[in-house]
Ligand binder design. Structure first.
Ligand code: ATP
Ligand code: MG
Length: 189
């Protein structure tokens, strides 16, 4: 099974669809957001550093993030491929991921970009704020995360296009039919 990079704005469903892909294909799953939140919960040094950035809607610095990603990748089983959820988020992270995988005889596989309008994203994230109480799911921080996504992360789509592995899945208005499109991409790529 190929590796998969799930790409998209905050609230686009990266975590939700990653879980569905894991259920169906039994792949490994790396969510950098979840890794960071676990560090914060555990009160580690890394968690303390990460919290300052996350609560402000900013990205963790590339060097630190790349190091965390490599350690996480090396620690999980990779027989059925790995889903990268929330990484890379900058061009430097993407370049580093490509090199890291090549060094290990692996490759990026495919990138799946989830395209969802910002009004739908905001509605979802505000709903999640009530359900899950994530510190960065408040209207002010969400707006900052959208801005960070537009300026630092969205330009990466063209980078993946050049790599020849970009696949776009647009939100259909319905979770099941969008998920079917995601599975179709995976099976035809
Ligand atoms: P969602 O999970 O709903 O798609 P999201 O993409 O904003 O929303 P996470 O991926 O969980 O949420 O990330 C939460 C925060 O963790 C980010 O706003 C950022 O501060 C930090 N973070 C996660 N991944 C990275 C990364 N690759 N580089 C830098 N910071 C990161
Ligand atoms: Mg997530």
């Amino acid at each position: 099974m190929k590796n998969i990079i799930i790409f998209g704005a905050p609230g686009s469903g990266k975590g939700t669809y990653s879980d569905e892909i894991v259920k169906k294909y039994g792949m490994g799953h790396i969510s950098t957001g979840d890794v960071l939140r676990a560090e914060i919960k555990g009160g580690t040094e890394l968690g303390k550093i990460a919290k300052g950035y996350i609560d402000n809607g900013q990205l963790i610095p590339d060097e630190l993030m790349i190091d965390i990603l490599a350690k996480t990748y090396d620690a999980i089983p990779k027989g059925k491929g790995v889903i990268f959820d929330g990484f890379p988020r900058t061009i430097d992270q993407a370049e580093a991921l490509k090199v890291m995988l090549k060094d290990r005889g692996d490759d990026m596989g495919m990138m799946i970009e989830l395209v969802v309008g910002e009004d739908v994203l905001m509605e979802r994230l505000l709903k999640r704020a009530v359900e899950q109480g994530r510190a960065d799911d408040n209207e002010e921080t969400i707006k900052k995360r959208f801005e960070v996504y537009r300026t630092q992360t969205a330009p990466l789509a063209a980078w993946f296009e050049k790599e020849g592995i970009r696949h776009i899945v647009e939100w259909t208005g319905n979770k099941e039919t969008t998920l079917d499109k995601v599975f179709a991409v995976i099976e035809n790529a």
